[in-house]
Design a protein around this ligand. Sequence first.
Ligand SMILES: [Zn+2]
Length: 246
Amino acid sequence: MPTECIRAIVTGYADYRDNDRMLTLFSAERGRIDCKARNCRKPTAPLLACAQPFVFGEFELFTQNDRSTVNGCEIQETFYPLREDVDRFMAASAATQLANAVIEHESADRELFSLLYHILSYLAYTDDEPKDLLIAYMMHFVDHAGYRPSLTRCAICRRDVRQDPVLYYSAEAGGVVCGACPHGGKQVSKLALEAMRRILLLSHEELVRVVLKDELRRELSVILRNTCAKMLGENDKAIALLDQLL
Ligand SMILES: [Zn+2]
């Protein structure tokens, strides 16, 4: 059965030859699928509209010798407004790039798919600050990937630090650190720790409610950027995008 239909989001692409494109698809049931979209860059190509970043649709794939080619696609959502605003486009690119860094072939990940789908929808169709939506996404993303930061106990000595007046945050240590433990982290506000705790309690549908003041946004941006860099390495493409946007 070499032809199959798969519901997926386009999370990445690379152009090759004159008119072809290699797509990275993210399917909730199948994880990452790399496939060719031939002739999709010609202005009249039937695949032109679906071979674009963030497109969600039902892709018809032909697979032979472990190589997949897109035959056609029934587009369900293009998230078109993402293409009309630089910050929204960059936040969506960072979100899809982060997902790409962790999704695996033939490995279902419905949770991450739902998270990505919701954040793309909110970035495209609400007036919310895109950086706040990306921060909310990143908080759930690191949690889902097994990097949930320690927020109430010192990441080193494990002591409950909720009453401590001065606290630090170290992505290297994996969360908040008390004043007595050695660390390379920066001081962190109680407000930032509380915000992170609250964001983790929200469902994907509720992430649209995250609205941050400038100072808190800056603090959380640095914390989550460093946590993602610890996960993926400083040289990951997603980290470069985060540095540009945040
Ligand atoms: Zn400690």
